[in-house]
Design a protein around this ligand. Sequence first.
Ligand code: F6P
Length: 575
Amino acid sequence: MTESAPVDPTSTEAWSQLAAIADGFSPDLRGWFDTDPGRAGRYTFQAADLTIDLSKNLLTDEILTHLVQLAKEIDVSGRFQAMIAGEHINVTEDRAVLHTALRRPKDGADLVPPKGFVVDGEDVDAEVHATLDKVYAFAEKVRSGAWTGITGKRITTVVNIGIGGSDLGPVMVYEALKPYVQAGLECLFVSNIDPTDVYEKTADLDPETTLFIVASKTFGTLETLTNARLAREWLWKQLLSSGAIVDTVTARVEAVAKHFVAVSTALDKVAAFGIDPENVFGFWDWVGGRFSVDSAIGTSVVVAIGPDNWREFLSGFHVLDEHMRTAPLEQNVPVLMGLLNVWYSNFLKAQSHAVLPYAQNLHRFPAYLQQLTMESNGKSVRWDGSPVTTDTGEIFWGEPGTNGQHAFYQLLHQGTRLVPADFIAVANPAHALKDETGDGSAVEPGQDVHALFMANFFAQTKALAFGRTAAEVRASGADESVVSAREFSGNRPTTSILAPALTPSVVGQLIALYEHIVFTEGTIWGIDSFDQWGVELGKQLAQQIAPAAEGNVDALESQDSSTKALIVKYLELRD
Ligand code: F6P
């Protein structure tokens, strides 16, 4: 363990200043914009392809100064440098945290740390690029048809079996980059141990053209191994029943060799499952599951979009890593967004944070961010084991716009809770369509539908920021009895993120942006954002309870009265 004790953020001078401002804080976005024509320009930043407008946040120059000062007092930059250099900042697991190494270019001259740096006795760059080359070679074989199933047919469906970081990242990126998927190839994702998931995903598949990728860092995750066994049984059964193979041990082994590959750090366990070690893509314990989408865990996506697009995806991460490493704190977008989250959580007592992509292909981004943010920063102790000194870890949630507008935005606009929100949009949609007919009134024939979509994006942050006063409601002719119901307070903070298009690079940039926001917040709070002990108890209890759920009397008797009664009811209800 190399890290020194965390600085208590509440003991800093900046914290005292921010607390003093927060006491009686009365935001006034209307007034701030009216009196300060430079506000939008001053608070809009560029990080690679991302234009990020922070001006509709509850932020003043004074608050920003103290937030930046807080980052300095805690030394966020110093800890980031330690992270990328391979120091064991994952203290409770005594591990380096090197997801930034996964996207370093092969031939970068000015890399920091320099090319070939060694961590725990390994040349990190050499390891990363050897694995990437292996993944790329495999992906090319599948894409070209050189890799065939047991009957010689080319692969058309890749099924990724994984959960948590071994699922949420690949599925999110696959959806985000669907326009880049090679024609004739598709990916499906099985994660849940509910048998319905594997049943429904495999129901219409042709076993002869299906390839399973078992993605599990530990190769010890109950859900993934159970689903992998179910998939293997499905494969054998289908191939046998169609007469594609005869029932011999050799044929079964051969079927697994042709239809299963794995991604894992646990090569021995993969071999025990029957997957040829040649067809295993490795990674390292210095990549956390939720930070692993750009490792071999993304193999399904590399197959789908191809190595060239994957390289572009990785370059997007790297450019954001460089921004995080080199931009002054005052201009450093992930740091500023992380600091703003601290401002809202700790000083203005926000409990949740909405992420609202106005890009349909980003529809799994909020789910992906839930693991990234909440598994990382939902902690009650600091990295030295002492209790945290302030609240940590907001609840991240969201849905794509405009769907959310017709569901939960009511609460965002007029509810009693403060919910900071990130609005994310791209200027160029994957598929631009015009409404040639129009609706005969508001929508003209030939209307660009994406412009209509974006009008919603712009309108929402404007409404949230500036609201509508009672005087404005009255002026619109509303009856006095409904004036208060139609009033909007405004001063509801949003960040707008705009990119040119949802390219592989932009998707990489967005992920890296949020990774570094998580890092910034975790560092301020003094917590280890890279462990996840909180998921262990439930896992252990599920293993213990499994016999009871199958009717074992002794196991049932050892449960508490509530759990026991629920299991008894479940057993009664079973057909
Ligand atoms: O249970 C939580 C977790 O450990 C996540 O952190 C991880 O992404 C997921 O399970 C899957 O783990 P693995 O890749 O080892 O199967």
